[in-house]
Design a binder for this molecule. Structure first.
Ligand SMILES: *[C@@H]1O[C@H](CO)[C@@H](O)[C@H](O)[C@H]1NC(C)=O
Ligand SMILES: *[C@@H]1O[C@H](CO)[C@@H](O)[C@H](O)[C@H]1NC(C)=O
Ligand SMILES: *[C@@H]1O[C@H](CO)[C@@H](O)[C@H](O)[C@H]1NC(C)=O
Ligand SMILES: *[C@@H]1O[C@H](CO)[C@@H](O)[C@H](O)[C@H]1NC(C)=O
Ligand SMILES: *[C@@H]1O[C@H](CO)[C@@H](O)[C@H](O)[C@H]1NC(C)=O
Length: 763
């Protein structure tokens, strides 16, 4: 095959990694790093302890592979599809006694699968991949059946209170074209109006992939599909999502949209490039004529772009769609489409969330077609005559009585459709850039659900993002002037140790259900009380789920029209929301601390949030001037507070620790440091300094920060070291306090003796 692309493009390709490297700082500095630090970070253990997260797993020794979740909001159950089983959990309390169905693959299929060299543990079982509501009482379910896919119904019974769970074993049918053979193949399907639309492969090797429609309620094996092994239709597609979306008020115009990634036929690159796509078919497509019998006659696809523009028009593309979420709006024809993308660039790991309007998707399908004259030509915009009715339009009797069905389309439409599946214009995201990006994070974003949250000052989109290392991020997007938005990571929860496989949002129960290969978790949407104890902490967090109710930071429900509830998502300004803030310094107790000359001391003060910066102000004894401390040889700023090394009498004075976040600053701690002379301590010899535990006598105390970093060798980070140091310091302070008191009282005694030698002294 000859590549007709201009030589310049190819040269740029070779330079691409270098250019990307140069671009990276641009991508990164696009947003301040600060807001990429989660406000709240919870480990798995903390999640179990501090918040009401509930975990569930089947209790069997073997991994459950909980790949599919189906939530019934009204009746309050959660169906979980896993390895050889379907479970029904109570969505309020996952740990309650569960119903389960055992649905293994046939013995002969398991044997065959093993003989084909597949693993019994990870391949040759019935991995349930599809659970779709069918009618009021039945759910349609499909599983891989040890590389022999099968489908059937699950009967939940009529009793809403006490649902039964029964597999209709006599209704088991072939799952070919409905469910993949492999438990690992990306897959998407949607059951609508008794038809199952599925993006899947239909062979053992997974080479023959297509978008299928098969009828579920009839016994007919009839189906319509995209052409097999024709890379203009689909080229090694990996399906991510599918939705049925009405196009107009006419039912005839209803379409099913598929979201996937595939090897790009149109990229001029020498290497294999992956592009993301949106494709659509008409629901009333019954296939075409001649060469299009049982083939879609309305199938069109367009590229989905998610990129960050760089200098000189060099864009960084996030090309690989990982997941889509459809956020419903009041207008059923115009939901908002959210996509998570990643890059496969060798230079950096990156993920992005892009948002698309249905208008922009429709515009691409109504725009020019892409055209390729032959194998040796390159892709161009099609400028020739477009036949009537316009290819991709759904047949509608009311609109044109001559075209009742797709089989009535004229021959020129049919032949046009065979050659033109791809649209020329790509679909660009809203504002032509990602809503959220993460570059070189230790994980990739894999799944998302989006919640639209009503807050005191408007409506906000909250993204719940699942990562490939088992984390769930909660991100809020806050609109600013000029169509800019600000994204804040509110939470980073380490839910599992393996990738997030599925996420379901329950707006009714204010909960998020997430699954992995090992377990399923129910997470409350908010953990307001963990943001901090004060109104300012609650307000600064800017979590639309949370508000200050006068005493605590707690769930915000827009229906509670209580005036005392304080929230400011847009600006996070405590001055406007919280009373009696002052600068806080009057209410903060002044603590006395004692330091020994030529020795060290520690003043405790930790950051109230990762977004705030801490500042230390010092006022020397007998001086009116204050100065801001800067870190140096003898002044070390740690996570826990301030470490003063080799104290001299000039260190004596007042210390003020303040935290600043945005325009809000407050005082966190006040200290008065008094310095005891080294000689005095030496003379009394009463203060055991430290247990020599940390591989070195810290008491000799003049460690530089470099030395502190060296401690890393003994298994402690400088911060951990300082933490230990701080605990020890606390004990020492008690002893020093006693000593100081002794010193002053001895002085006093001496003075008293000198002045009034006969009077009593008070001890
Ligand atoms: C979680 O709870 C533990 C004690 O139960 C506490 O030490 C820790 O600080 C809490 N974490 C957060 C983020 O509040
Ligand atoms: C959940 O169910 C278990 C088992 O029935 C029970 O022990 C537990 O108290 C329940 N938890 C809640 C929060 O209802
Ligand atoms: C739901 O579908 C099942 C399977 O086809 C059928 O047996 C059942 O009668 C249907 N139930 C209702 C309420 O339509
Ligand atoms: C403190 O140490 C310095 C040198 O490190 C020394 O010159 C000074 O005399 C010491 N001060 C006291 C009070 O021991
Ligand atoms: C710090 O104090 C301890 C005990 O009070 C003493 O052993 C040590 O030598 C002192 N360090 C310096 C540098 O004076």
């Amino acid at each position: 095959m000859r590549f007709v692309g201009s030589w310049r493009t190819e040269h740029i390709c070779l330079l691409l990694p270098i250019l990307l490297q140069l671009l990276l700082p641009v991508v990164r500095s696009n947003r301040a790093w600060n807001q990429y630090t989660p406000r709240l970070q919870l480990s798995h253990a903390e999640l179990r302890r501090n918040s009401s997260a509930i975990f569930w797993h089947s209790g069997e020794d073997i991994k459950g592979y909980y790949e599919v979740l189906l939530l019934d909001e009204d009746r309050g159950w959660l169906l979980v599809g896993g390895r050889d089983h379907v479970y029904m959990l109570n969505s309020e309390n996952l740990t309650q006694t569960t119903h389960k169905i055992h649905w293994p693959s046939g013995r002969e299929h398991t044997e065959h699968c093993k003989h084909a060299g597949k693993s019994l543990l990870t391949d040759c079982a019935n991995f349930v991949r599809l659970l779709q509501p069918f009618n009021k009482t039945h759910v349609y379910a499909c599983g891989t059946g040890a590389y022999h896919p099968m489908c059937t119904y699950i009967d939940l019974g009529h009793n809403v209170e006490e649902p039964a769970l029964r597999l209709l074993t006599n209704a088991v049918e072939s799952g070919r074209g409905k469910c993949p053979f492999s438990p690992h193949e990306p897959f998407s399907a949607r059951l609508t109006d008794g038809d199952l639309y599925a993006g899947t492969s239909v062979d053992f090797m997974g080479n023959n992939a297509a978008i299928f429609r098969s009828s579920v309620h009839t016994t007919s094996q009839h189906y319509i599909r995209t052409e097999a092994f024709n890379d203009h239709w689909l080229n090694e597609p990996e399906f991510v999502g599918s939705y049925s979306i009405p196009d107009t008020h006419s039912l005839d115009d209803d379409k099913v949209y598929f979201f996937f990634r595939e090897t790009a036929v149109e990229s001029n690159q020498l290497d294999k490039r992956i592009y993301s796509r949106v494709a659509r078919v008409c629901k009333n497509d019954v296939g075409g004529k001649r060469s299009l019998i049982n083939r879609w006659s309305t199938f069109l696809k367009a590229r989905l772009v998610c990129s960050v523009s760089g200098p000189g028009g060099m864009d960084t593309h996030f090309d690989e769609l990982e997941d889509v979420f459809l956020l419903e709006t009041k207008d059923p024809q115009n939901p908002v489409i959210y996509g998570v993308f990643s890059t496969s660039s060798s230079v950096f790991r990156g993920s992005a969330v892009c948002v698309y309007s249905m208008a922009s998707i429709r515009a691409a399908f109504n725009g020019p077609f892409a055209h390729k004259e032959g194998p040796d030509y390159r892709w161009v915009e099609y400028k020739g005559r477009i036949p009537y009715p316009r290819p991709g339009t759904c047949p509608s009797e009311t609109y044109d009585p001559l075209h009742k069905s797709t089989r009535d389309f004229p021959d020129d439409v049919m032949s046009f459709m065979r050659g033109h599946q791809l649209m020329w214009e790509p679909v660009m995201p809203i504002h032509r850039r990602p809503l959220f990006t993460q570059i070189n994070a230790p994980y990739r974003l894999k799944k998302l659900v989006v919640d639209r949250v009503d807050a005191e000052d408007g409506q906000y989109s909250v993204l719940h993002l699942g990562t490939d290392d088992g984390k769930v991020l909660k991100v809020v997007s806050i609109p600013k002037e000029n169509w800019e938005t600000e994204e804040i990571i509110l939470e980073e929860l380490s839910v599992f140790q393996s990738p997030i496989l599925s996420m379901e949002l329950s707006t009714k129960r204010h909960a998020l259900f997430v699954s992995s290969a090992d377990s399923v978790a129910r997470l409350p949407l908010q953990r307001c009380e963990l943001y901090g104890k004060g109104c300012a902490d609650c307000c600064l967090a800017r979590d639309p789920y949370c508000a200050w109710d006068g005493t605590t930071c707690t769930n915000y429900f827009p229906t509670n029209k209580r005036r005392s509830r304080r929230q400011d998502v847009r600006y996070g300004d405590p001055w406007s929301q919280c009373q009696d803030l002052g600068d806080g310094s009057e209410e903060i107790e002044l603590k006395a601390v004692y330091g020994v000359e030529n020795n060290s001391t520690f003043l405790e003060c930790s950051r109230p949030s990762p977004q705030s910066t801490v500042k230390w102000i010092m006022q020397q004894k007998h001086s009116q001037n204050t100065k801001e401390l800067v870190p140096g040889e003898d002044i070390i700023f740690t996570k826990r507070g301030l470490l003063l090394q080799r104290i001299t009498s000039s260190n004596a004075g007042l210390y003020l620790c303040t935290a600043r976040e945005q325009s809000f600053s407050r005082t966190l701690a006040r200290y008065e440091l008094q310095v005891i002379s080294e000689q005095y301590v030496a003379n009394t010899r009463s203060i055991p300094h430290s247990e020599p535990k940390l591989g070195g006598n810290y008491a000799s105390s003049s460690l530089s920060y470099k030395d502190l970093q060296m401690i890393g060798v003994s298994g402690l980070t400088p911060d951990e070291y300082c933490e230990q140091l701080w605990y020890r310091e606390k004990r020492r302070q008690q002893k020093l306090r006693a000593l100081k008191w002794k010193q002053t009282s001895e002085n006093r005694k001496a003075r008293v003796r000198r002045e009034k030698p006969l009077s009593e002294t008070i001890e």
